[in-house]
Design a protein around this ligand. Structure first.
Ligand SMILES: C[C@H](N)C(=O)N[C@@H](Cc1c[nH]cn1)C(=O)O
Ligand SMILES: [Zn+2]
Ligand SMILES: [Zn+2]
Length: 502
């Protein structure tokens, strides 16, 4: 067997015999773990394009079979249908609920992950084929490698290591794995509500492993994410597309109306122009400012990681607050627009713009929806266009902030220290895990986000990758986390029992 050293792992302190065995096994079984990742990446489980829904369902079945192989009691739960914008209904992929171990003396950790991915086509500019895992210079390129198949597999690898070494699992494990995260986690809230007093009743800790570190070298723990409100704005004119030579200049073109509307949303400094949108955003506290100051951050490296030459802000404090504490508005695309190469002298009769607003705590989703609709209707009315405008909020997810004093943050810090020999950055993230806030609100359990990917992993982009080092050391960190959380949980229980007695 080919033995490959994952590289940057440098163990802190002396490892227990158990940890030595676990880590050695993980190092020695890298090829097998990589092969599993290649098999998962090969499934085009894109949850955005309805015609690929069958592949998402196939992916769910593959993941369920893997958990079953580990000995987990696994159920694929039907969560109903999704209504598409054209009124058609298509099945949602089933959600995996699985459990491994039911020892009442052990804590129960529930891991959440998703195995759906963002769309990826070679024509988008990929240098490698997006659904064929390709290793270049210690990095595995492919859609879903870091978001989120790699981290889900790292959990599974960690568990299979315990099982294959016959080491008693220090915790009971539950899994909730879904296939619609990238689409807004359709149907999941209802399932969590339904399972609150069943599947979740004995869960002590919920762990999500998604998003990225802030840098390429230093691990991070994430204690907050922004929400997202996704809008569509449709402008329709006559009943059919028209010849731009035949009628260009004598009608109000839907595309011109739409471009004006989209252009009215945000200025070139990134400031959202919708009146009232910042009203409920609370100012940054001094404590937050101090936390930001403590985070090491290299602006040049950050720019290189995201592949841009200039960003709107010069200081790390401004960057963090704009990513984590302030809303942002991004324009994503136009349905109905001509986008192929070449020339097409047609005036489209109906076009739909897509944009989203990442919101932060204290912003109210329905208020944002109202503000957006009122503003766009107002801008449109000023154009005196006879075309028809329709604005709708397609999806709304709430922001999430955790309590970093929860014991599992402590356990995760210890596990990181043992594997990477450094303390993690404590960060928030600008993106959204729709389910994070729902977990917290509905189950009232502690939620930890434990990212594995490095800052240059390019989630959602053409060069998505995870490094061998992060994938393999990530597997070790999760194996170690299970030991740490079980130790800490026992200590806390002992302390609380003592308190009750005295
Ligand atoms: C962080 C996670 N991998 C992710 O990318 N989530 C999506 C979820 C979403 C939000 N609106 C629609 N989908 C994201 O943040 O874009
Ligand atoms: Zn993700
Ligand atoms: Zn994603």
């Amino acid at each position: 067997m080919l033995f490959l050293d994952a590289g940057s792992s440098s163990f802190s302190g002396s490892l227990s015999l158990e940890e030595k065995r676990l880590f050695q096994y993980i190092d020695e079984h890298q090829d097998e773990f990589v092969q599993n990742l290649a098999e998962w990446v090969a499934v085009e489980s894109d949850s955005i394009q309805p015609q690929l829904r069958g592949e998402v369902t196939r992916m769910m079945k593959i993941a369920a079979a893997r958990l079953q192989d580990l000995g987990a009691k696994t159920t694929l739960v039907d969560i109903g249908v999704q209504q598409l914008p054209d009124g058609q209904n298509i099945s949602l992929p089933p959600v995996i609920l699985a459990k491994l171990g039911e020892d009442p003396l052990k804590p129960t950790v529930c891991f959440y992950g998703h195995v759906d991915v963002m769309p990826a086509k070679i024509e988008d500019g990929w240098k490698t084929r997006p659904y064929i895992l390709t290793e270049i210079d210690g990095n595995f390129y492919g859609r879903g490698t870091t978001d989120n198949k790699g981290p889900v597999l790292a959990w599974i690898n960690a568990l299979s290591t315990y099982i294959n070494l016959n080491i008693d699992l220090p915790v009971n494990i539950k899994f909730l794995i879904e296939g619609m995260e990238e689409s807004g986690s359709n149907g999941l809230e209802e399932l969590i509500q339904k399972e609150k007093d069943c599947f979740f009743s004995n869960v002590d800790y919920i762990v999500i492993s998604d998003n990225l570190w802030l840098t390429t070298k230093k691990p991070a723990l994430t204690y907050g994410t922004r929400g997202n409100a996704c809008f569509s704005v449709e402008v329709s004119g006559g009943e059919k597309d028209l010849h731009s030579g035949g009628v260009g200049g004598i009608i109000n073109e839907p595309m011109s109306d739409l471009i004006a509307l989209l252009d009215s949303l945000v200025n070139s400094s990134g400031c959202i122009l919708i009146p009232g949108i910042y009203d409920d955003v609370i100012p940054l506290t001094e404590e937050e400012m101090k936390q930001y100051e403590q985070i090491e951050f290299d602006l040049q490296e950050y720019k290189a990681n995201i592949g841009v030459k200039k960003i709107l802000y010069d200081t790390k404090e401004e960057i963090f607050s704009h990513l984590w504490r302030l809303p942002s508005l991004s324009i994503h695309g136009i349905e109905g627009a001509f986008y192929e190469p070449g020339i097409k002298t047609v005036i489209p009769s109906r076009v739909t713009g897509k944009f989203s607003i990442r919101q932060v705590p204290h912003m109210d989703l329905s208020k944002v929806e109202h503000q957006v609709k009122e503003y766009l209707e107002n801008v449109f009315s000023k154009r005196k266009s006879p075309n028809k405008l329709m604005v709708s909020m397609q999806m709304g997810a709430m922001p999430w902030v955790a309590n970093i004093d929860d014991p599992q943050y402590e356990a995760a810090k210890k596990a990181i220290k043992r594997v990477f020999n450094q303390d993690p950055d404590m960060i928030r993230d600008g993106s959204t895990i729709p389910i994070a806030r729902m977990f917290q609100d509905i189950t009232e359990k502690s939620v930890l986000m434990f990212p594995l990917g490095a800052a240059d992993d390019g989630e959602h982009s053409q060069k998505e990758k995870i490094s061998r080092s992060n994938y393999i050391n990530g597997t070790k960190v999760f194996a170690s986390f299970l030991l740490e959380i079980s130790k800490l949980h026992k200590e806390l229980q002992k302390a609380s029992n003592l308190k009750t007695v005295t």
